[in-house]
Design a protein. Structure first.
Length: 264
C-alpha cells in the first residue's frame, strides 16, 4: 500500500528474570516461530491482494500490465508461494467462481481530528468488510460519510530514477503526458509520477522501458485547500489508534487522508 502515517515502536527491556529465561526457552522459540509464521502469512495475504487488484485493474497479461509485473516481482522477493500467486491471479480474473470471487470496495469517513479518509478494500464479503471498516470509525464517535469530493483520483507510478536528475525525469515524464512528478522525501531515488487514471497503464508501460517501476496504483490526492492539521494531543493519539485499527483490517488494501504532512 502507499501509506503515510507515523509508526512508533516501543520495546520494553526486563532484566530481573534473566536467571529464569532457560525455563521458557522452548516456549519462547515456539512463540517467536508463531509470530514469524503469522507475519509471513500476513505478508503473503497482502501480496496476493496487490496481485488481485492489479489483475482487476489491467488484466492478467504481465507484458501489458506493469502493475501486475511489479506486484509479481515483489511477491517473489517476499517468497510468496507459486500457488498463492496463481490463486491471486485467478481471483482477479474471476476464474475461481462466484464463491471465491472478490471485488474492490471504497468507503469514506471522518477520522479523529477531523481528518477525511478514503478507504479501499478487497473483499469476498461486503457485509463483513463494511462492518469492520465502520467499526474503526464508530469507535471514535465518527461514522462513514462522503469525503471523496475533497480528493482527486489520480494514477500513480513510482519509479527509481537511476542516474537521471530530477529535472531530467520531469522533462521525460511531461513529454510522455504526465501531469506532475513528486520527489520522495524518505528516498530521493524514488519519484512519483502523477497522471490521469485512464492513462496510468499506457504511461507505466512507456516508463518501464526507461526506469525500474516500484509501484503502479490508483490513488486519491487531497485538494490543497482541504488539508487539515491535528494540533490537539488527544486527537493525535486517537488518530494514531484509528490508523492502527484500520491497518489491522486484512480486507483493507489502501487508504488516503487529507492530513497535512508536517515538515521535518
Amino acid at each position: 500500500m502507499l501509506l503515510s502515517h507515523p509508526v512508533i515502536f516501543r520495546r520494553g527491556i526486563c532484566t530481573t528474570r534473566k536467571a529464569l529465561a532457560g525455563h521458557s526457552k522452548w516456549a519462547n522459540i515456539k512463540h517467536d516461530k508463531a509470530k514469524n509464521d503469522l507475519e509471513k502469512n500476513r505478508i503473503s495475504f497482502r501480496m496476493s491482494q496487490q496481485i488481485t487488484v492489479a489483475v482487476k485493474m489491467g488484466g492478467a497479461d504481465v507484458v501489458g500490465n506493469p502493475a501486475l509485473a511489479t506486484a509479481l516481482e515483489k511477491a517473489k522477493v517476499q517468497n510468496v508461494t507459486k500457488k498463492v500467486i496463481e490463486n491471486a491471479i485467478k481471483r482477479g480474473t474471476g476464474e475461481l467462481g462466484d464463491k471465491n470471487n472478490v471485488e474492490q470496495c471504497t468507503y469514506e469517513g471522518i477520522a479523529p481530528g477531523g481528518v477525511s479518509v478514503i478507504v479501499q478494500a478487497l473483499t469476498d464479503n461486503k457485509s463483513r468488510t463494511v462492518g469492520l471498516v465502520k467499526a474503526c470509525f464508530t469507535k471514535f464517535g465518527s461514522n462513514l460519510t462522503p469525503t471523496a469530493y475533497l480528493f482527486e483520483k489520480k494514477g500513480s507510478i513510482v519509479i527509481d530514477r537511476g542516474e537521471d536528475s530530477i529535472d531530467h525525469v520531469f522533462e521525460k515524464c511531461v513529454d510522455l503526458g504526465a501531469q506532475d512528478i513528486i520527489e520522495n522525501k524518505e528516498n530521493d531515488q524514488l519519484v512519483e509520477v502523477v497522471t490521469d487514471p485512464q492513462d496510468t497503464g499506457r504511461l507505466a508501460k512507456e516508463l518501464k522501458s526507461m526506469y525500474k517501476i516500484d509501484q503502479v496504483s490508483i490513488v486519491y490526492k487531497p485538494n490543497d485547500d482541504t488539508l487539515v492539521e491535528i494540533t490537539n494531543e488527544d486527537h493525535q493519539k486517537s488518530y494514531d489508534k484509528f490508523v492502527k485499527l484500520l491497518d489491522d483490517v486484512d480486507d483493507v488494501t489502501d487508504y488516503f487522508t487529507n492530513l497535512k504532512e508536517i515538515e521535518s
